[in-house]
Design a protein around this ligand. Structure first.
Ligand code: FMN
Length: 166
């Protein structure tokens, strides 16, 4: 796990190869085991394989080409009915998404967290017939990676990040 965390990359180019449903469920399973405040588990998901629906999603973001080439799109929602504290619910959603990205990596697949599409969150919700209580949080595009993983974009050093050690 400790190697998987820095080893995971955002993958944006996918091979035309189907991802088995069992792997999709393995990824969702990792998501649902994320921590959440009061264990409220506010995440909800839509799994999109349909080409026409993917095309409509693609038109809602400038990262449409990633959506078109990915075999599966996972749409992640926050269920306001399950929520109890906006900040903590959002943090839980982030943990859920990161768990799924790590599961994608662990499964030999590639994926990327797509946030730019949030500007059209309402349209995504109605396209996917999300329940009224569900707010769109992110899309994850996933599939078998095509070509080599990109170079690591690197991270700030610990020295830059820790402002105090008392
Ligand atoms: C909240 C959030 C939104 C993101 N939105 C996009 C996006 O819309 N399009 C995209 O190509 N990558 C998106 N990314 C992926 C980041 O660009 C990527 O994680 C970052 O550059 C670091 O690269 P790495 O994931 O390979 O370490 C997003 C990541 C996060 C956490």
């Amino acid at each position: 796990m400790i190697d998987a965390i820095p080893g995971r990359r955002s993958i944006r180019r996918f091979a035309q190869k189907a991802v088995p449903d069992e792997l999709v469920d393995r990824i969702l399973d990792a998501g649902r085991w994320a921590p959440s405040g009061l264990n409220n588990q506010p995440w909800r998901f839509a799994v999109i394989r349909d080409k026409a629906v993917k095309e409509k999603l693609a038109s809602l973001t400038r990262y449409g080409s990633i959506i078109r080439s990915a075999d599966v799109i996972l749409a992640v929602f926050l269920d306001q009915d399950a929520g109890y504290d906006r900040t903590k619910d959002l943090q839980a959603i982030g943990a859920c998404i990161q768990n799924m990205l790590l599961a994608i990596h662990d499964s030999g697949l590639g994926g990327v967290w797509l946030g730019e599409i949030l500007k059209n969150g309402r349209e995504v919700g109605s396209l996917l017939k999300a329940p009224a209580s569900c707010e769109f949080m992110a899309a994850i595009a996933l599939g078998y990676p095509q070509g080599k993983a990109p170079e690591s974009p690197g991270r700030k050093s610990i020295v830059e990040l820790v402002f105090s050690r008392i």
